[in-house]
Design a protein around this ligand. Structure first.
Ligand SMILES: Cc1cc2nc3c(=O)[nH]c(=O)nc-3n(C[C@H](O)[C@H](O)[C@H](O)COP(=O)(O)OP(=O)(O)OC[C@H]3O[C@@H](n4cnc5c(N)ncnc54)[C@H](O)[C@@H]3O)c2cc1C
Length: 338
């Protein structure tokens, strides 16, 4: 086991925030995790599990040891009449997995194209985009219990997926390291086109029955157009979750502004567009210190150069206060704060 010391994490987080790992170990297998836990020098230290760093805000140097997940491998486990079951190592790039499955002719992940980060982090916040969430394609995962060192397998029910949520943000937060994820890609494939941006593409192109590759291309093009590229300007994607409110709260908010963007959910509640609320409070393009609100996408906070994590949080709090003041809604941050 190699313990790297003094590792600069700026290039390992998509916000490009400054932080240094006093110690970092690359995890390529379950056995690597157990070696860390059994090590007398680092086994009892606090740990931060790090994937691609695209959903993290570093406000300080992480304490203890950083476990950088690099478990590799992608394979087909089963081809049943009703689904392909694929398995990928937690350290694989999520987008590379989407591309690989499509190249094999196993569609189903195309709506989730171009989401940054690793396969292992995808269940943590139940990644979602363009009408599909991980839970819709999830079979099971393996994780090492960071207390006992044992590998456990969790099915969908055990993961308790919710909107940008799972057991890994709740009862198992900081207690598990996901090593492998299995996905179920249903056969026959059914396209998911209900999302507004995709409906618009159908209307614009006249392609009413797109194949999975076409949907993949559309999703990539829409995302490149809408979202800032972390390689050009540091960010962690959507900074706040879209708030879900009761019908009564929704009526109250519409009373405050009749233009508020809201979507009915099957259970009678409503999802509000956090980006719209932030924009309505005049934040688009604004900055505090070196942290800013993207000028085309108000939901994305950006690093305008030398921002610190503290500046990002100061900006985030100021946005939360003004949205609460105007709409009575508390915005909840999406990224993990270290
Ligand atoms: C430009 C941009 C666009 C984005 N768009 C979307 C989007 O459309 N939909 C969406 O859902 N998200 C989106 N995100 C957020 C991000 O891509 C996802 O949350 C992604 O799953 C994070 O992966 P990561 O490997 O970078 O995780 P990290 O940032 O490294 O970690 C995130 C959290 O997961 C934990 N973690 C990471 N790996 C493991 C593991 N193997 N085991 C246990 N815990 C682990 C970490 O400790 C941390 O708490 C976007 C981000 C960016 C920068």
């Amino acid at each position: 086991m190699v313990v790297e010391e003094g590792v600069n994490l700026r290039a390992l987080n998509s916000f490009a925030l400054p932080a240094v790992a006093r110690r970092m170990v690359r995890i390529r297998s379950e056995a690597d995790v157990r070696r860390v836990l059994d090590d007398p020098a680092i086994g009892r230290l606090p740990r931060l599990v790090l994937g691609g760093g695209s959903n993290l805000v570093f406000t300080r140097d992480p304490a203890g040891v950083v476990l950088k997940v690099e478990v590799a491998g992608m394979r087909l486990l089963q081809a049943n009449d009703d689904a392909w079951i694929v398995e990928a190592g937690a350290g694989e790039s999520w987008h590379a997995l989407v591309e690989w499955t499509l190249a094999q002719d196993w569609p189903g992940l195309e709506n989730l194209a171009l989401i940054p980060g690793t396969v292992g982090a995808a269940p943590v916040q139940n990644i979602g985009a363009y009408g599909v969430e991980l839970t819709d394609r999830f079979e099971s995962l393996d994780a090492v219990d960071l207390v006992t060192g044992r590998t456990v397998t969790l099915d969908r029910a055990a993961c308790r997926f919710g909107y940008r949520d799972s057991v890994f943000k709740g009862a198992l937060a900081g207690k598990s390291l996901i090593t492998r994820v299995r996905l179920r890609l249903p056969r026959p494939w059914v396209p998911v086109l209900g999302y507004q941006d995709l409906e618009r593409r159908v209307a614009e192109t006249g392609i009413t029955a797109p194949d999975a590759r076409t949907i993949f291309d559309w999703v990539c093009a829409i995302r490149r157009d809408k979202l800032p590229d972390p390689a050009e300007i540091g960010n962690a994607g959507s900074f706040f979750k879209n708030p879900v409110v009761t019908a009564e709260q929704c009526r109250d908010i519409i009373g405050r502004d009749p233009h508020v963007v809201h979507y009915p959910l099957p259970d009678g509640s409503f999802k509000l567009a956090a980006g719209w609320l932030i924009d309505a409070c005049g934040w688009k393009g604004k900055s505090i210190g070196h942290a800013g609100v993207h000028d085309r996408q108000a939901l994305v906070l950006v690093n305008r150069g030398e921002a610190s994590g503290a500046e990002v949080l100061t900006l985030a709090r100021a946005i939360q206060e003004s949205v609460y003041g105007r709409f009575g809604i508390r915005l909840e941050p999406e990224p993990a704060v270290v």
